[in-house]
Design a protein around this ligand. Sequence first.
Ligand code: PEP
Ligand code: MN
Length: 296
Amino acid sequence: MKIDNKFPGKDVSQDDLLNKLPLVAKKNPDHHSNFEIAGITFGGKSLPIMAGPNMIESEELIYDIANNVKKSGAHFLRGGAFKPLTFPYRSEKYTETREKGIRWMVDAAKKVGLPIITEVMEERYLPLISSAADILQIGSRNMQNYPLLTACARTGKPIMLKRHYGASLRDWLGAAEYLMVEGNNKVILCERGISTAHTHKATSRYLLDLQVVPAARELTHLPIVVDPSHATFWSAWVEPMTLAAIAAGADGVMLEVHPDPSNAAIDPLQALDYEGFMNLMLKMKKIAVAIDRDIV
Ligand code: PEP
Ligand code: MN
């Protein structure tokens, strides 16, 4: 039987590119978007590095981390105030800092001179978050929360769309189309690990899908960044997979950094300490140069 790729399948068809992904799809093989956010170019020769804690735990902590990652050369401060925590129970440590956290992050970022990326969980906090953040992060779990995508896109703010850990490239690009159809052109894709049977460590929930970087690059003009921290869930694997992500053509990386990773409130196994981040920055620069890119 002839397979007609007009019908939707797991993979992206020619019909999808033409009719379902007209804004996200490349117009020609050399089509690559690049755009500036807070003076930093995404999708250009230089790779933006986003770094910071998983959660904005306290005013002191976010300032210390902001100061440190800035000194090591990060371009954006990451950190969550509104978090998609897996279980509903909270303790003094395992909690969200919400409005307070956003305020602390804004102060810290301003003091050290870094722009901000932070997650949006609910539409009702969009006015607050979009007034604070330079990039709105849509988390893995919300990748297909279409009303949230539409609301975020309508703010006109740049958006980083994390791939759901179970999503095909087709679903991911479809979600990006929801952002672009609202007239928002500053859309960044972020691979952050997928669910598979084998992750090579009991504590690692995901597997970094580096193959999706060149695969996405064939189809879309949007910049593609990689978050090896959430993907590996294991700090010792973060360095090799970050370097591999750059070698694979990622347009930037997001990394979790904490002064005392084992005592981080959330995801203590995956954060790099300050020295680890500084050393990784030096190695990332070497890999970037080897493939004709740079980190400045
Ligand atoms: C995060 O970046 O803090 C986060 C929750 O990531 P993800 O949505 O990829 O799990
Ligand atoms: Mn996390």
